[in-house]
Every structure is written in C-alpha cells, then in structure tokens.
Design a protein around this ligand. Structure first.
Ligand code: NAP
Length: 336
C-alpha cells in the first residue's frame, strides 16, 4: 500500500478551493486531513463543499495537529514567510504559494528555518509540472532552436474588469502588485530557459496612484549572451504566453502560464519554427498540473528525496524581482 501524506491547508483561499485542494485529493500520495481558517464557520462551509473531514479555527491549531505532515500555504504574500517558519518549527513540510515571500531576506529566513528543522520547502510554481514545460526544456537542451538569445514572457489577467477593492492583489500591506503576483512567473520562465541568472536588470513598474501598488510591470533582464523581457498586467486580457528565440529557430508557448483550472484545462501547445520557417505544433492532452505538482512534492518527501523545485532557486527568483523593483524606483528613464 502507498503511504500517503496528511495535508493541512492554511486558509480558505480561492486558489486552494478551485485548484490545490482538489489536486491533493486526487493525488496518489496525499489526503487533506484538516482545513484551517480564521473563521471556523467559513472553514466548515468550504470543508463540506470539498469533502474535507476536519476543520480548525486558527492556523496555530493546524500546526499542532498530529495528522498533518505537510501544510499548503495560500495566504496573502506578506504572510508566507511567517507561516512557513512557524510550520517548520512545528516539523511540517511546506508547499507555499508563489511568490515564496515578498523579499529575498524573508526567503533566506524560510530556507534557514526549514533546513534547521529538517523539513522540505517548495514554491507552488504549478506551470513547471505541465508536460509542455518539460518538453520545452527538452527542446532547449537538445539544441532544437540552437543557442537561446531571447525570451519574452508575458502574463496578464484582467482582474480590473470587475474591480474588487478587497482583492489581496491591490493591498500593498499584503504584498500586492503585478510584479510579485505575475512577474514571479515571467522571471522564473526567463531564468529556467537560460539556465542561469541575469547579471543586470531594468524594471519599470506602473504604480496606480490610488491603489499604491503596481498594476503593470515590465522588465529587461540581461543574461550573459541573451536578453529576457517580461511584462505583466492586472488590467489586460488574460494571456500567459512566452516566446523563445534561438539562433536556429523559435519556440512559442501560447498558454505557457495560464493553463486553466479544474475542468477548464485546455490542451497544451508548443509551436516550433525552424530557421527555414518550417512550423510544427506539438499538442498536449489536458491534464492536471496542480495534481502533478502535489504528486511530485509528496513523492519526493515520502522517498526522502529533495523537492523538485529548490527553495534556493526561489531565492534567486526573488532577488531578480527585487532588483526590478529597485531599478524602477530609481527611475533612470529618459523623457521622449
Ligand atoms: N499557483 C496559482 O495558480 C495561484 C493562483 C492564484 C493565487 N495564487 C497565490 O495564492 C495565494 C492566495 O491567493 P488567492 O487569490 O487564492 O487569495 P484569497 O482568495 O484572497 O485568499 C487568501 C486567504 O488568506 C487568508 N487570510 C489571512 N489573513 C488575511 C488578510 N489579512 N487578508 C485577506 N486574507 C487573509 C484568508 O483565509 P481565511 O479567512 O480562511 O483564514 C483568505 O481566504 C497568493 O499568494 C497568490 O499569489 C497562486
């Protein structure tokens, strides 16, 4: 019989309800034992709707629960570090939502706490577990488009179309803003494809004067021998695409980041164009990259292996995000 991890879920966050809790429930190696919320009545309602057996009325209580081996943390971004560290102190492994924290200093503290208490930590970058992402990496390593020169990564979700002021993404004190919320993916894609770190970056955040968070952000990432370009938006149509330009061809991944949720998962698609302009498509069956992420994380834990996405890599990602924000704050732009 396969041993299963007992999971505790920290909050009734939307992403947990629509994607990650069902993914744990479908996972080969996990069960959701307990759901925690600041509001026990809300926890009861969600637990009943999703078929979770037990609820607790605080995150502290979740960490004291002996049936919980691992916690999933989908809290507002500024709370990720504190609750990861508290979970580590309680001996629980942590799957934490992106971005892992709101500063590199905090990510370093999360890594230190998890190492000290001997627990695993992983940032929930679900797109990394989609088969099309694996295939893109294979194509790059096999030299299918030669040497990578440019990566352009874009993510937008028009959350401003039906504006909800209470959305955590608009709250500076909760780590809101498009760069942290969406730029974390686009930066991750550039670093994953180049397989190294950018030496310098230029960032441009457009801060909404009323919300006081960036509702869009753009960046140029200078890699040794290549350029990454990122854009992200709260107020533009939902797209999550990236393009890789190599010396011998181009790869387009039109649904590289927004891969759908629950029953609305579209098929994956990679378009490869060679230097002669020949175009071919690779299509991937709709799967469940959230479940695959949970399986990969849980499988690693049960087998005593390192988790598939290292928190040290998340630290590097956060350093780039911070550098983009610092560059923007310095405002070295020229008037036209
Ligand atoms: N991987 C993905 O595909 C994906 C997609 C969306 C979001 N995310 C990430 O997941 C996290 C949650 O995002 P979400 O959109 O699901 O958030 P959400 O629906 O607003 O949920 C956040 C939860 O945090 C808890 N919370 C504790 N203190 C809070 C406070 N002061 N203000 C508001 N909520 C508070 C609340 O739960 P209780 O009241 O039950 O305690 C709330 O339900 C974020 O880090 C985000 O970046 C990831």
């Amino acid at each position: 019989m396969i041993r299963k991890l007992g999971w505790g879920v920290m909050s009734t966050a939307n992403i947990g309800q629509v994607a990650v809790i069902p993914a744990i429930q479908k996972s080969k190696f996990g069960t959701v034992e307990v759901l925690a919320s600041r509001d026990i009545e809300k926890a009861r309602q969600v637990a009943q709707a999703l078929g979770i057996g037990r609820v607790v009325g605080s995150y502290e209580a979740l960490l004291k629960d002996p049936d919980v081996d691992a916690v999933y943390i989908p809290l507002p971004n500024t709370m990720h570090a504190e609750w990861t560290i508290r979970a580590a102190e309680a001996g629980k492994a942590v799957l934490c939502e992106k971005p892992l924290a709101t500063s590199a200093e905090d990510v370093a503290k999360q890594i230190e706490a998890c190492a000290k208490h001997g627990v695993s930590l992983m940032e929930a970058f679900m797109y990394r577990f989609h088969p099309q992402t694996r295939r893109v990496r294979e194509l790059i390593t096999s030299g299918a488009i030669g040497q990578v020169k440019e990566v352009r990564a874009h993510l937008s979700v028009n959350i401003m179309r039906t504006f909800d002021r209470s959305n955590i993404r608009y709250a500076d004190r909760l780590g809101g803003g498009a760069l942290l919320d969406m730029g974390c993916y686009t930066v991750n894609i550039c670093r994953m494809i180049f397989g190294r770190e950018p030496g310098r970056v230029i960032g441009r955040l457009q801060i909404d004067p009323n919300l006081r968070v960036d509702t869009s952000a753009a960046g140029i990432l200078e890699f040794d021998g290549g350029i990454g370009m990122i854009t992200c938006w709260f107020g533009a149509d939902g797209q999550g695409a990236y393009t890789i330009v190599g010396t011998e061809g181009t790869i387009e991944v039109p649904r590289g980041i927004i891969l759908g949720l629950g029953t609305r998962v579209p098929e994956g698609l990679i378009v490869v164009m060679d230097a002669d302009g020949k175009r071919r498509e690779e299509i991937f069956e709709p799967g469940d990259h959230y479940r695959d992420m949970v399986d990969a994380f849980s499988g690693a834990l049960l087998n005593g292996q390192p988790v598939p996405l290292s928190p040290e890599d998340s630290l590097k990602n956060m350093k780039v995000l911070e550098a983009l924000a610092r560059s923007s704050a310095k405002d070295s732009s020229e008037s036209v």
